[in-house]
Ligand binder design. Structure first.
Ligand code: Q9C
Ligand code: ZN
Length: 350
């Protein structure tokens, strides 16, 4: 299988996230992508490709161009305003109620107002290298899509930072640009056909869902920890199924705590059946490995061999497939778990 990787991700090294009143070490570390790269290199069955530059057009087709402009200049404006902190995090929460019954003032605003306008959680710092890394993750994803459009049955984009929590006009959940949504939109436009997205990250892909919620040509199917207990809390309930032309083109399958392989595969089969029924020319997989039994921030119980079986079942859809990396935070086994998933997909065993 061909794998697309960029070393540019190394420049996105957020130090902290915020939990229960404390700054803790950020879980979304560069070593995640490095350990995946090493595991696939050591396997010998994967061919590495460098990403190619795709510009900003495909990003602006999915995200608010003002958000793209913000991220491009956030760091230099932070420094120009005399801020000294090495990472930009929101310290205010501009809820709609702030301006209720008032005019909402426009204008550039303080850098701290800017970040709170675009970033919805306290897990997703912006550092000096964030914009370059987020751009490279999109390039990695689009290069993987090019390989599939060029005739490859599968391609894997080793994206970092991940993307599925980034909505049209909002960043967060370690995500800045929505790599999978950008690829799905690009594939829909380039093939003129329908595209399905299968999101197997532990967390609901609120951003991907939001981007396609009213659109009928992109199906979004997600298996995730039930938002009644799991981040991002505000979406991913079973009753969310799309709107307007997109009615029925969103499917959420919330999972119970400690869900293991056997139960997971039953839900997966429902997801795959929905994709099969929807049809479409290509499949995009948001591959999160934070469903793993040892993941430090999640509560499902999948094992390494389950990932191979999931990959095998996804392959049975017989569709050209772009697999893009999302979460997964138990770094010691992350490379092996991704390798297992991709080997299963290729049908080449362990
Ligand atoms: N105490 C991905 O897996 N932190 N994003 C939640 C809860 C954010 C996960 C903090 C988790 C984001 C791509
Ligand atoms: Zn996740």
């Amino acid at each position: 299988m061909r794998v697309v990787y960029s070393a540019e991700h190394l420049r996105h090294e957020p130090a902290h996230e915020y939990e229960d009143g404390k700054a803790i070490a950020n879980y979304e570390v560069p070593e995640r992508a490095e350990t995946i790269r090493r595991a696939l290199e050591a396997d010998g069955g994967f061919t590495f490709e460098v990403h190619t530059e795709h510009g900003t057009e495909s990003i602006a087709a999915v995200h608010d161009p003002a958000m793209l402009d913000y991220l491009a200049s956030a760091w230099s404006e932070w420094v120009a305003a005399g801020e000294k902190a090495p990472e930009i995090l929101p310290d205010t929460f501009p809820l709609p109620a702030y301006h209720e019954g008032m005019d909402r003032p426009r204008g550039p605003g303080h850098p701290r107002a800017q970040v709170a306008t675009w970033v919805f959680d306290a897990s997703s710092p912006i550092v000096e290298g964030t914009y370059g890394a987020a751009r490279s993750a999109v390039d990695v994803a689009l290069t993987a899509a090019d390989l599939v459009l060029g005739g490859e049955r599968f391609a894997y984009g080793l994206c970092r930072p991940p993307g599925h929590h980034a909505a049209r006009a909002m960043m967060g959940g370690y995500c800045y640009f929505n790599n999978a949504a950008i690829v799905a939109d690009d594939l829909a436009r380039r093939t003129g056909g329908r595209v399905a997205i299968l999101d197997v990250d532990y967390h609901h892909g609120n951003g991907t869902q939001q981007i396609f919620y009213a659109l009928g040509d992109v199906l979004y199917v997600s298996l995730h920890g039930d938002p009644a207990r799991a981040y991002p809390y505000f979406s991913g309930f079973a009753e969310e199924s799309g709107t307007g032309a997109g009615s029925g083109a969103t499917l959420n399958l919330p999972l119970p705590e400690r869900c293991g392989g056997e139960e997971y595969l039953m839900h997966l089969d429902r997801a795959l059946e929905a994709i099969d029924t929807f049809g479409g020319t290509t499949l995009v997989v948001s591959l999160g490995i934070d469903t793993y039994r040892l993941d430090p921030i999640c509560d499902l119980a999948l094992a390494t061999q389950d990932y191979a079986e999931i990959g095998r079942r996804v392959a049975a859809l017989e569709r050209p497939t772009v697999v893009l990396q999302e979460g997964g935070y138990y770094v010691p086994d992350l490379g092996e778990n991704v390798r297992s998933w991709l080997r299963g997909l290729e049908g080449t065993g362990n």
